[in-house]
Design a binder for this molecule. Structure first.
Ligand SMILES: [Zn+2]
Ligand SMILES: [Zn+2]
Ligand SMILES: [Zn+2]
Ligand SMILES: [Zn+2]
Length: 118
């Protein structure tokens, strides 16, 4: 059981870090900073350049990721549900500490009154 919950934890941290650099978007570069003023995410290279150009902007690093807007996260890193092919695991059930797709939630969680996070 312990091993299973560890791998779940890992999945969650991976999905929550699905931010791509807004400047090199088509290269799928993972962002390492978010600028509040630009409302953009930047990779390590781009944030250095950005910080030189805009020294008065407030940027948040990876340690302050809770301040990054969830809307900036891409869904491309989400894993597919093993049971329901083609469905993304984008919901998280607090009661089962389990990632679920829409269908899993409907079938296994909502009716027993689980609290499901989006
Ligand atoms: Zn900026
Ligand atoms: Zn970049
Ligand atoms: Zn499912
Ligand atoms: Zn549940």
């Amino acid at each position: 059981m312990a091993a299973a919950s560890v791998s779940l934890q890992k999945n969650i941290s991976e999905t929550s870090s699905a931010y791509l650099c807004s400047t090199c978007k088509n290269k799928n570069t993972c962002a390492e900073a978010y600028c509040k003023n630009c409302n953009s995410c930047f990779c390590g290279k781009c944030v250095k350049l950005h910080n030189q150009l805009f020294q008065d902007h407030a940027t948040y690093g990876p340690k302050e990721k809770e301040k990054w807007p969830v809307a900036m996260a891409t869904q491309e890193f989400l894993e597919n549900c093993e049971v329901h092919k083609g469905k993304k695991l984008k919901l998280f059930c607090e009661d089962h500490t389990q990632l679920c797709c829409n269908t899993c939630v409907l079938l296994n969680h909502l009716y027993v009154g689980c609290s499901v996070l989006k």
